[in-house]
Structures are given as C-alpha cells and as structure tokens.
Design a protein around this ligand. Structure first.
Ligand code: SAM
Length: 282
C-alpha cells in the first residue's frame, strides 16, 4: 500500500471496508479496487475531519444506526448508466407492451442509478402506446440515496442526450436557460410516470406491492456473488407476473438459475413452470 496518502490507509483497512460493504449491500470489492476505495472514502474523512481510515471504520462499526452508513454506501457504489443503454431491451419492451392487455403495465427498475434507465422506460411507454399519459406504472429504486435524488430531479447535462434522436430530445426534455444553461430536464409527464424509492436488494423485505409485467435489474448483479444473486433472483421470481419478463445486463446471465428462468431473448428471461409452482412457497 502506498505511504504518500493524505490519510493512513492499510491493507487491513481495505479488507474491513470490503467486509462492511459486502454485509451492507452485497457488493464484492476485489483487491484491484484498493485505490478507488481510498479516493472515494478520503472525501468522507476530510468532511468529518478524521485522520485515519482505521478511526473512521471503527466509528462506523460502533454506530450501526449512524447516518454515515448511507454516505459510506453512496461513496462505494458504481453508478455508470446512460439513456437507452443496451437499446435492444427497449425495443423488446415496446413489443411486450404492444402484445399484452395489462393495464396498467407495471415495471420495476431495480437499480435505477441517476434515472436515465427509468426515463428511457417512460419514453418507450409513451412511444409504444402513442400516448402522453399511458397506463404504465414505473417504480424506480436504488440503494444509493444520492443518485436517487438526481433521478427524481430529472436534470441532466445536455451532452447526456447526445445519442438521442432530435425527436426524443424535443419531445421529452426541456432546455434550461440562465443558470441552467447547458442542462435539460425531463418533462413533467415523464417524471410523473415514475415513483422513486430506496430499496436495498439485499434486504429481506422489499417495499413493493403486487406483481410486475417487466423487471429491469441490469448491471447490478455483477457486483454480487452467486449465492447472493440466487437469493435475489428467487425473490424477483415472486414479483413477476406469470408472463412477465426479467431484463438483465449484457454481462449477466442466468444459466445457473435455469430451473427458475428460461431465456426469452437477448438477456431477457421468463419464469419456468417450476418457478411458477415453487415461488412463494415457504
Ligand atoms: C452500474 S449501475 C447500473 C444502472 C442501470 N441499471 C444501468 O444498467 O444502466 C448499478 C447500480 O446498482 C446500485 N446498487 C448496488 N448495490 C445495490 C443494492 N444492494 N441494492 C440496490 N441497488 C444497488 C448502485 O447504487 C448503482 O446505481
């Protein structure tokens, strides 16, 4: 470990961080993340005027209800996302919407990050139903409260929209002026389709009612080990309608859960008959 750090930081400190975030969020940090952890948490030590990682981590461990836990967690999540990321999923979703009479069509976006994904879902719904007010309900959740606040605001730097067609830019966003020049905001109709809430996928109970036609749980399971993924995927099965679809990220696959999920297209899955029978059973 380098010694030219502003704060004392040892291998044992890194191991402790890795253990704490694993217990809290299921996130696995391998040794290649040592420097990333230092730079992300150094900001917290600076803000709290604590001079060593060891003191910071002891204070956390001794105060399980401290608000600092949320800051610690927010600092260690990776929130990379973009509008219409993995575009084939939005095309598949539009087809799914057009092929079902479910009203409202219910979607849970389970790792929504800064909101680009749920707003892409809302745009897809408006386009698929050719309506400014489609019968679609979207619940967008994340563990990280900081990104959720950004998502609920729906304000983005203009260049985040670079890959969107002019029609989508004009149809779904308002350009900021004055101090908001260079920014855009998702239009009210788009924002009103989405309910934002904090959900930790690791929690034993998720504050969700009813079943969903589509669940987007993309690019988050890569941070979990397989045992954690299995627990989460079995719980997700309990929330899918019998013909519902689970959308996962490009590097995630559910081969190890083939008793529960069958492939329904490129990184999309539906429940097997076994899963439909088994889910919900104690
Ligand atoms: C890389 S982003 C993926 C965002 C989006 N789904 C996409 O594919 O573009 C991963 C997100 O998962 C969230 N996350 C990590 N651990 C989580 C957990 N235990 N429960 C809920 N969300 C979690 C992070 O805060 C982050 O915003």
């Amino acid at each position: 470990m380098q010694n030219d750090h502003e704060f004392s930081y040892t291998k044992a400190d890194f191991a402790r961080v890795a253990e704490l975030i694993y217990q809290r969020a299921g996130i696995r940090l391998n040794d290649s993340k040592q420097q990333m952890v230092y730079s992300r948490l150094a900001r917290r030590l600076r803000a709290l005027q604590i001079d060593t990682f060891s003191r910071y981590l002891s204070a956390l461990a001794q105060n399980p209800d401290s608000e600092e836990w949320q800051q610690f967690t927010n600092a260690l999540t990776t929130n990379l996302t973009s509008f219409f990321r993995e575009p084939h999923h939005f095309e598949a979703l539009a087809r799914q919407m057009q092929q079902t009479d479910a009203r409202p069509f219910r979607i849970w976006c389970a790792a929504a990050s800064t909101g680009e994904e749920p707003y892409s879902l809302a745009m897809t719904a408006m386009e698929a139903y050719q309506s400014a007010c489609p019968a679609v309900q979207i619940i967008a959740s994340d563990l990280d409260t900081h990104v959720l606040a950004t998502a609920a605001q729906g304000v983005y730097a203009l260049d985040r929209l670079d890959k969107l067609s002019l029609e989508r830019k004009k149809g779904f966003f308002l350009k900021g002026a004055g101090i908001n020049a260079g920014k855009v905001r998702a239009k009210k109709a788009l924002r009103e389709m989405i309910e934002f809430k904090q959900i930790n996928l690791l929690d034993s109970r998720w504050p969700l009612d009813g079943k969903f036609d589509a669940i987007f749980c993309r690019n988050v399971m890569i941070y979990f080990d397989q045992a954690t993924q299995r627990v989460i995927l079995e719980k997700i099965a309990g929330l899918l309608k019998p013909n519902g679809t689970l959308y996962v990220g490009h590097s995630e696959n559910l081969h190890f859960m083939s008793d529960w999920y069958r492939s329904a297209g490129k990184t999309t899955y539906q429940l097997t008959e076994h899963a439909k029978a088994a889910r919900g059973k104690p």
